[in-house]
Design a protein around this ligand. Structure first.
Ligand code: LAN
Length: 745
């Protein structure tokens, strides 16, 4: 079935209510026991790691989650022996077999609690943050973890000896310096060939001072960059009156929660004391120039390879002011700002049970809490315990995930994909388990401090990962709700999510709608678009406010349409109005070529699927002028037809996201093909040859056991950083084939 390598077997994923902990040679399944007490490695273990986690990036930088999958299959895979439906044609027969085989395989990856674990790596700047936190706080990872992290970083070094922002990206200064420092923290000798070549890369590309601001920040905490070389984060801004349009409570929550602990570190000028290691690193990174660098001049220095978003002139002017303020800052005010920030950090930790909103503030909050309360404090220990929630083992080593997982999101999609056709009903236990997880993950209580710290109310919502993560998302709520409704309609379960909880979810979705008719991610859009001019990160775009997105809007509209169908009496007028304005927003986002740009996955095929799905569900229900709706859908189909590849499939690369232009991959991709097929089928596209050609690609690529191979990276954030969705290669082909089965049966 799978080529399972011996060292893989030593790593086991333990899960509990969606939590993921990778344990080395676990002797029980008690999850907490495996955080720290890991046995020491023998040289034989290390050699085995090296042999079994060797990975050829040149073949495909995307690992295929084989470590997790091999072990899950061993535990619970069995060939499908149940009944198959009577169909009318051999075509329908073939599709039915492929779908059943695919679901049967996929079901064996489901965890006991009902979700589908999966690799959520991709970005390369995350693990370094965690390693820096561990170094600063003198809290090293167990040796087994460290060896695996080294392997991961080595495995992802590019041919030119640098590293990218993410596993598929070309080398950047940010990626390269961060991995370099990480390998050194992990004990790799500076004379190691990979490192000396990386140093040459840095020199060739203008030197380390050109690292973007987030890198400058991390280096400053390591005493490898002077804080004077870092633009002020003006910590006093947290004391601004709330009505100001640029008060940080209005930022996109991810920016808010990252710049908050950064401001703390900056105000405290946190840096590890000079020691031999740091002095050596200075020399490795800068030669003998460190002492003579004019730091203030480096504040805006930027390596051209990292330059994605130019700092605006407005921001540069503001920096002039805030940097000068640093020289005269009033200590009383600074203290007050720091006290406020620390209170906010504590609230975020408490609200998320120390998981935090994401991988970046997870690492930086750890540094702040260590600084504020010490290594032995309860708070810091709780932080450390959650470091492990973010680690993931695949055949390329140990990585840091882009979130504490994508549990709810994948489970909701998977349930809908499986139940797309009646074939899903052959797997009642799978659906019962996913229902259990969806039930478990709906948020049932409010944070005590939610008002004080600007949180959108959340009872009834669903998060992207787990309930403990404590940050619900608008479209995850929609997906959770849509999945719940589909499962209820299937008749396979005993309903436990009652009407009042469904109504809570609907109310939340309504409360998330923006004035422009669209839906954003975690919150309402809280400030005008011009705030983007203050974006200080050179490597991401559109991070300052929470924008309405096509996909998020479509997901919310679809769930409201579902509600109208099943709960027609509930808030009919308000829901109809929300749907109408949501649809108008979607139509407005359509490009002249008929496509939609996707902000959260690669890329045009993704958002086009979401948009057309919403439009087709709204058809004949009197929301829009039907000719407008039909024209929009047919333009979308024409767009897809133009992009279809010769083999009948569709394939985009991540550059679609960063360049905002449809970019053909060399080879068609099952995930893009599935999105295109879902679109054409829901739009009832007339030319069946086009559809059949795509279906053939999915059938042809299905493996013997019912899986599909991992192809290109599928996810993205902030236009420029890619992220892995390991479950997509199963969910979407199954969904598309299930839909096609409904056509041909
Ligand atoms: C995610 C993951 C899920 C994603 C969807 C639900 C798919 C989307 O429709 C809405 C946005 C959301 C919730 C999303 C936002 C940005 C996240 C949280 C991520 C891509 C996962 C990681 C990323 C986060 C910002 C990474 C940390 C990096 C920073 C720049 C802070």
């Amino acid at each position: 079935m799978l080529n399972v390598k011996p060292a893989w077997k030593n790593w086991q994923l333990l899960t509990e209510k969606g939590r993921h902990i990778w344990a080395f040679k676990p002797d029980s399944t008690a999850l907490d026991q495996h955080l720290h007490n890991v046995e020491a490695l023998s040289q034989a273990d290390i050699d085995q790691f090296k042999a079994d986690f060797s990975f050829d990036k040149a073949e495909n930088p995307n690992s295929g989650d084989q470590v997790f999958r091999a072990s899950a299959l061993q535990k619970q895979y069995a060939d499908y022996k149940g009944p198959l439906p009577q169909t009318s044609s051999s075509k329908a027969d073939t599709i039915a077999k492929a779908v059943v085989k695919g679901i049967n395989y996929y079901a064996s990856l489901q965890s006991e609690d009902g979700h589908w674990p999966g690799d959520y790596g991709g970005p390369l700047f995350l693990l370094p943050g965690l390693l820096i936190a561990s170094y600063i706080s003198s809290t090293p990872f167990p040796q087994a973890h460290q060896e695996m992290m080294k392997l991961y970083i080595f495995n992802h070094q590019n041919k030119d000896a640098g590293w990218g922002m993410h596993i598929e990206g070309e080398s950047t200064m940010f990626g390269t310096v961060m991995q370099y420092v990480s390998l050194r923290i992990l004990g790799v000798d500076k004379e190691h060939e990979a490192l000396s070549k990386a140093r040459a890369w840095m020199q060739l590309n203008g030197g380390v001072t050109g690292i973007p601001s987030w890198g400058k920040f991390y280096l400053a905490t390591l005493n490898l960059f002077d804080w004077d070389g870092f633009n002020s984060l003006f910590p006093e801004m947290w004391l601004f009156p709330k009505w100001l349009p640029f008060h940080p409570w209005r930022y996109w929550c991810h920016s808010r929660m990252v710049y908050l602990p950064m401001a703390y570190c900056y105000a405290q000028r946190i840096q590890v004391p000079e020691n031999e290691f740091i002095l050596s690193l200075r020399e490795e990174l800068y030669g003998d120039t460190f002492a003579s660098i004019d730091w203030p001049k480096q504040r805006n220095a930027l390596c051209p390879k990292d330059d994605y978003t130019k700092l605006s002139p407005v921001l540069k002017w503001m920096n002039l002011f805030t940097n000068s303020y640093e020289k005269v800052s009033c200590s009383w005010l600074r203290k007050k700002a720091l006290a406020y920030i620390l209170r906010y950090l504590n609230a975020e930790d408490a609200q998320t049970d120390y998981i935090d909103i994401g991988p970046v503030n997870k690492a930086i909050n750890s540094i702040c809490i260590w600084h504020a309360y010490g290594r032995e404090s309860e708070q810091f220990k709780k932080h450390v315990a959650r470091w492990y929630d973010y680690l993931w083992v695949a055949e390329d080593g140990m990585k840091m995930s882009g979130y504490n997982g994508s549990q709810l999101w994948d489970t909701a999609f998977a349930s809908r994909a499986i139940l797309e056709s009646d074939l899903g009903k052959l797997f009642p236990e799978t659906i019962q388990k996913s229902y259990h997880f969806i039930d478990l993950s709906q948020i049932k209580t409010e944070h005590a401090t939610h008002n004080e710290f600007f949180r959108h109310p959340m009872i009834g919502c669903w998060p992207f990962s787990t309930a403990e993560n404590g940050w619900p998302v608008a479209d995850c709520t929609a997906e959770g709700l849509s999945a719940t409704l589909v499962i209820h309609a299937s008749g396979l379960i005993k309903q436990v999510i009652d009407d009042s909880r469904i109504e809570q979810a609907v109310d939340q979705i309504l409360s998330y709608q923006n004035k422009d008719g669209g839906w954003a991610t975690y919150e309402l859009t809280r400030a005008p678009k011009w705030l983007e001019k203050l974006n200080p990160s050179e490597v991401f775009a559109d991070i300052m406010i929470d924008y309405s997105w096509t996909e998020c809007t479509a997901a919310c509209v679809i769930s409201l349409l579902d509600i109208q169908e099943r709960y027609p009496q509930y808030k009919t007028t308000a829901i109809r109005e929300a749907i109408r304005s949501g649809l108008a927003f979607i139509l407005k986002q359509q490009r002249a070529d008929g496509s939609w740009y996707g902000g959260w996955a690669v890329c045009f095929t993704y958002a086009t699927w979401f948009a057309v799905e919403a439009l087709s569900h709204a058809k004949d229900k009197g929301f829009l002028d039907e000719t407008v709706l039909l024209k929009s859908m047919s333009q979308a189909c024409e767009f897809l037809v133009v992009q279809q590849k010769l083999d009948g499939g569709w394939g985009e690369t991540f550059e679609s996201c960063s360049k905002l232009q449809y970019t053909q991959a060399n080879k068609s991709q099952v995930v893009n093909t599935a999105w295109a097929l879902l679109t054409l089928l829901t739009a009832e596209f007339k030319d069946k040859n086009i559809i059949e050609a795509g279906v053939e690609v999915l059938l042809g690529r299905q493996t013997e056991i019912g899986d599909w191979s991992q192809e290109n990276i599928s996810g993205v954030f902030n236009y420029n950083c890619m992220i892995t969705y390991a479950n997509y290669r199963n969910i979407f082909p199954l969904w598309a084939l299930g839909r096609y089965y409904n056509e041909v049966i």
